[in-house]
Design a protein around this ligand. Structure first.
Ligand code: GLU
Length: 212
């Protein structure tokens, strides 16, 4: 198993996310990645290895912004490698996604998207998710595009989407834990509330197919 965590508020996101990743280490993983958003720019850093090793190499704590998310990966599709780590981006770079779980129908979705001209850089099942959102956003807003994407996914997921331009986050889950915490002018999402319980006790356990 592996984990995800997201933060939006007034604190430096990378510090909360890094601490959260450390708290999720017990779940087992082979890679770690983080993305923060500041002034409509993503800073994305990821690689295989332990959280501390990746941090030594890429300096997670040097990432600025009050909004971001992070992931520890337990590879199911695609070897542990920098390119296969999460977060994954849409082709236009506007949508970032972290995903825990398995998208069982990813091959069908990927083949169809490739036929439509989209390209894939990773060997993961997860990369179809941001690219589907990008495709739907040609016609719909971010929220509706995420809903349409979620309807197409078969399998299991805890998934978080960030839209670079609208500064919005959407999350959902199916058969994989995802917990939402509300603090003072800030909120948290995590696979385990231990990764943010010191900041808030207002905690909501998302149910299957909830979207927030
Ligand atoms: N199936 C995805 C992958 O292989 C997510 C694995 C996970 O849950 O960390 O990248």
């Amino acid at each position: 198993m592996c984990g995800i965590i997201a933060y939006k508020g007034e604190k430096k996101a990378s510090e909360i996310l890094f601490e959260g990743l450390k708290n999720l280490e017990y779940r087992g993983y082979d890679s770690a990645g983080m993305i923060t958003l500041e002034n409509k720019n993503f800073d994305l850093r990821k690689d295989k290895g332990k959280v501390d090793e990746v941090n030594r190499k890429l300096n997670f704590l040097g990432m600025n912004g009050n909004f971001g998310m992070a992931h520890t990966r337990w590879s199911t599709h695609g070897v542990p490698s920098k390119i296969n780590c999460h977060p994954h981006l849409s082709n236009d770079g506007n949508i970032a996604v972290v995903h825990n779980g398995i998208i069982e129908n990813y091959q069908i979705l990927r083949t169809e998207l490739e036929r439509e001209g989209y390209y894939f850089v990773s060997g993961t099942d997860s990369e179809v998710i941001p690219i589907l959102v990008e495709k739907f956003m040609k016609e719909y807003n971010f929220k509706d595009s995420v809903f349409k994407t979620l309807k197409m996914l078969e399998g299991t997921f805890a998934v978080i989407f960030i839209n670079k331009f609208s500064n919005e986050l959407i999350a959902s889950r199916k058969s994989i834990s995802l917990i939402f915490g509300i603090g003072d002018k800030e909120f948290f999402l995590s696979s385990n509330f231990n990764s943010f319980i010191k900041y808030t006790k207002k905690v909501f356990f998302l149910e299957d197919e909830d979207v927030i």
